[in-house]
Design a protein around this ligand. Structure first.
Ligand code: FA5
Length: 358
């Protein structure tokens, strides 16, 4: 009898405790739902998980020695779940209350501070000079064309009267690809393709990048730009060539530039000339960029009849002139750049200092 009384008493305690776990959970969730500010959430934490909190005391006040192993396990499990739930929900509520408070307070915004600047970037100096050249030549009725960087041996050499055994090939050593093509060594490579495509009469420029395998110095790069010009019409003579070059230089430098014309040999022109510009960096005295005071700028000449024939032009009716302006060197002279290697340096401080309109 005594044994049953004790058992009944223990069961009551256990039932009360189990009931309490549920009750406490419900009460806890209700209290937490009502807590809006961080302070209120903290009060809920103290009420349930503080040193004298309900969940803490529930664990402390239960006499586990009075419970059977099964009862211990069940009760312990429920208690742990409740603790875990309370801890998790309190953390969530605390951060929600904190961000709610921030939102209510509004962002720290000072409308008087200066804005963040965005750089629009700038055009590369070679692009600027190329655009200027295109404008000048379009004004004279020239088409602006583009040729490929990777060329066939035919267009780069053979069709320009430079067969495989011609010594002129040595002056333009280049990068050959494994498929027999090459990186174009000069914009002249586009001459015959243009003649084939457009026929005569014709006025065109084709600016582009050229590649040569050569030692670099202040005026020589392995990758540089040229701007080719090609005019084919009836009665074209050296006088037309010189007049066009004069108009070009006057427009590009906006001042008198001293030039000299001397004979030059290129297998694809006859006669051929070198048009040199007196160095604008040293005024012709001689410097590390030019050497002797002159810059080789625009080789030119009357188009060789064989080249016209390669392009399918009737040489009994038409003649032409061509020039191959050193665009990168022109940019050096125009902007006072002493070393050609700066153009490909990728240094944004260098590239961004050139004015778009000159
Ligand atoms: C030629 O490339 C000929 N195709 C030009 C030509 C066209 C002649 C039409 C006649 C008729 P040249 O190798 O000299 O020629 O180069 C022409 C210009 O390109 C030079 O005057 C120079 O201004 C520039 N140039 C040549 N090699 C380099 C280099 N390594 N770095 C920078 N600029 C160069």
């Amino acid at each position: 009898m005594y044994y049953y009384k004790i058992r009944h008493y223990l069961m009551k305690i256990l039932l009360r405790e189990v009931f309490s776990v549920d009750e406490i959970r419900k009460q806890f969730l209700a209290d937490l739902a009502a807590a809006k500010s961080p302070q209120e959430v903290e009060e809920v934490r103290i009420k349930y998980l503080g040193r004298k909190g309900l969940i803490t005391l529930l664990a402390k006040n239960t006499d586990f020695s009075q419970l059977s192993p099964d009862q211990k396990r069940d009760f312990g499990k429920q208690l742990n779940e409740l603790k875990g739930l309370a801890t998790e929900k309190l953390a969530e509520a605390a951060s929600a209350a904190k961000s709610g408070q921030t939102a209510k307070k509004g962002p720290d915004l000072d409308l008087t501070l200066p804005g963040t600047g965005h750089s629009l970037g700038s055009l590369h100096p070679i692009t600027l000079v190329q655009m200027e050249l295109e404008d000048i030549f379009e004004g004279m009725g020239f088409m602006v064309l583009v040729g490929p960087d990777v060329e066939t041996e035919h267009y780069n050499f053979d069709a320009l009267n430079i067969p495989g055994d011609h010594p002129a090939r040595d002056m333009q050593d280049t990068f050959w690809l494994t498929n027999g093509m090459l990186m174009k060594t000069h914009t002249s490579a586009n001459q015959v393709r243009t003649l084939e495509k457009f026929g005569a009469p014709l006025r065109a420029i084709f600016p582009g990048r050229c590649f040569r395998y050569e030692a670099m110095d202040p005026s020589h790069e392995t990758t540089f730009y040229q701007c080719e010009g090609l005019v084919v019409d009836r009665d074209i003579s050296v006088a037309n060539l010189i007049a066009t070059m004069k108009a070009l230089l006057g427009e590009i430098f906006h001042r008198d530039a001293t030039v000299r014309l001397r004979p030059g040999f290129f297998p694809f022109v006859e006669p051929g000339f070198e048009l040199d510009l007196q160095c604008l960096l040293c005024g012709g005295k001689g410097c590390s960029t030019c050497g002797d005071g002159w810059i080789e700028l625009i080789p030119c000449g009357l188009v060789h009849p064989r080249v016209l024939e390669f392009g399918g032009i009737d040489t009994s009716k038409y003649s032409g002139f061509a020039f191959g302006l050193g665009l990168t060197r022109l940019a050096m002279m125009k902007y006072g750049v002493q070393d050609i290697r700066r153009f490909n340096s990728g240094d944004i401080r260098f590239c961004s200092q050139f004015p778009a309109a000159v």
